[in-house]
Design a protein around this ligand. Structure first.
Ligand code: GRF
Length: 210
């Protein structure tokens, strides 16, 4: 499939995908001059900035976004540090083909600063969630999660580093699983695996053993 990665920040998940040979055909950033764009340039991936500050109207913004995706024949989308909610129209157009990474074990700690929220709350386990994107905010059907422990006395910086490492491990694997047609979203919003229980178990074993 032709993948677009939507970015807006440091681009470490984009880099993890490129290093895992995900067929990324397009990068779109909602912010100018972010490191993610330099990563795209370095890997010779076509990149566009759709400046959220320049196009304030959400519907118009997403119309431009869809035009770009169509022009580049994009079939699937991975959001990674893209700090905007997709409009209903965009979600409908790519339903079951747009995924996001969130740095907590959803439904706990949705929204901004999720790592910080979990840290301040004092939970002993947090983690990373990869989910299909729906019209809500971090509410889409969960595909897979990776738990990360918070050790007593651990610093926020250390936790952030562990969360990022978990993202970089999990996200490309899930994108590849989608690419291989192993994962589908049913019309009822259920995540379906096109693998036997045994195959899922062995795949997950490989995923969690570091
Ligand atoms: C990640 O922590 C992701 O969970 C969140 O935004 C961050 C993006 O990081 N949605 P990067 O730009 O991929 O380095």
């Amino acid at each position: 499939m032709r993948w677009a990665v939507l970015v807006g920040g440091t681009g470490s998940n984009l880099l993890a995908m490129l290093q895992a040979d995900v067929p990324v055909s397009l990068v779109i950033s909602h912010r100018r001059e972010v490191p993610a764009l330099a990563i795209a340039a370095h890997h010779k991936i076509v990149a566009h900035v759709l400046d959220a500050k320049a196009i304030r109207d959400r519907e118009r913004y997403d119309e431009e976004l869809r035009n770009l995706l169509t022009a580049h024949q994009i079939e699937a989308i991975a959001m990674a540090g893209y700090m905007r909610w997709l409009t209903e129209k965009t979600v409908k157009a790519y339903r079951g083909r747009v995924v996001n990474v969130h740095p907590s074990l959803l439904p706990a700690f949705p929204g901004l600063h999720a790592v910080d929220q979990a840290y301040r709350h004092g939970v002993r386990w947090t983690g990373v969630t990869i989910h299909f994107v729906d019209e809500g905010q971090d509410t889409g059907p969960i595909i897979m999660q990776m738990p990360v422990p918070i050790r007593p006395g651990e610093s926020l910086e250390s936790l952030e580093a562990k969360i990022h490492a978990a993202e970089h491990r999990l996200y490309p694997e899930i994108v590849w699983a989608l690419e291989r047609g192993w994962i589908h979203l049913s019309s009822g919003g259920e995540v379906l695996w096109d693998l036997s229980q045994k195959e899922v178990e062995s795949w997950m074993h490989g995923l969690y053993s570091v």
